[in-house]
Design a protein around this ligand. Structure first.
Ligand code: HEM
Length: 168
């Protein structure tokens, strides 16, 4: 049922004028992909710097809350760029993503990563010492940071994998 709806929707989307323009103008898809991947690079780096700070592997001499304040806010505007370029890529080739389980895996992981990032950002802005209060907090913080790294890497993997798992 959902599959049939997605098929019909993809067919309709692929026949729109915007999709046709994206499909037939040679430079649009490579440009969108380039912007997407540049935004991915900056967003991923920002998230990972904070995660590695939890493990005291980077920026050791800077308090965790300051590192988070410096790097995490950039994630949200970058996400808008990713949403914009990703949506245009979908409009250009709807079947590639909308009929692809890997794409939904990527979106599920993204929702998880954003909830984790939002929770870390919120905890540190409301109480800068939140993750340093005692040993258990430090362990919990490192656990959350490790989950975050795994989930962000999963998103990168799924993003790349879409090309190899598209419906025939
Ligand atoms: C915000 C919503 C997002 C949407 C709608 C979206 C959508 C897309 C689409 C449609 C593609 C093209 C896949 C293909 O045709 O092969 C793509 C590629 C990719 N995406 Fe996203 N994406 C989003 C966010 C992200 C995020 C947050 C990351 C990682 C942090 C990410 C990482 C990637 C990677 C690594 C690729 C492969 C690029 C390439 O091989 O050229 N995306 N994305």
């Amino acid at each position: 049922m959902i599959d049939a709806v997605l098929r019909d929707f993809s067919k309709w989307l692929a026949a729109t004028e915007l999709s046709h323009t994206i499909q037939t103008t040679g430079w649009i898809i490579p440009t969108l992909q380039t912007i997407h991947i540049l935004a991915v690079a900056v967003l991923f780096s920002s998230a990972i710097i904070v995660d590695l700070r939890f493990w005291r592997l980077l920026q050791r001499d800077v308090p965790l809350a300051d590192v988070a304040r410096r790097f995490l806010p950039a994630i949200w505007p970058l996400l808008l760029i990713l949403l914009f370029t990703g949506s245009l890529l979908i409009i250009g080739e709807p079947r590639r993503s909308l009929l692809n389980t890997t794409f939904y895996l990527k979106m599920t992981l993204l929702a998880l990563a954003l909830m984790l990032t939002g929770a870390l950002q919120w905890s540190l802005s409301s109480a800068p010492e939140f993750w340093d209060k005692d040993r258990w907090r430090r362990i919990a913080g490192r656990f959350a940071a490790t989950v975050s790294i795994v989930v962000w890497c999963g998103i990168l993997f799924a993003g790349r994998w879409i090309a190899y798992t598209q419906a025939g």
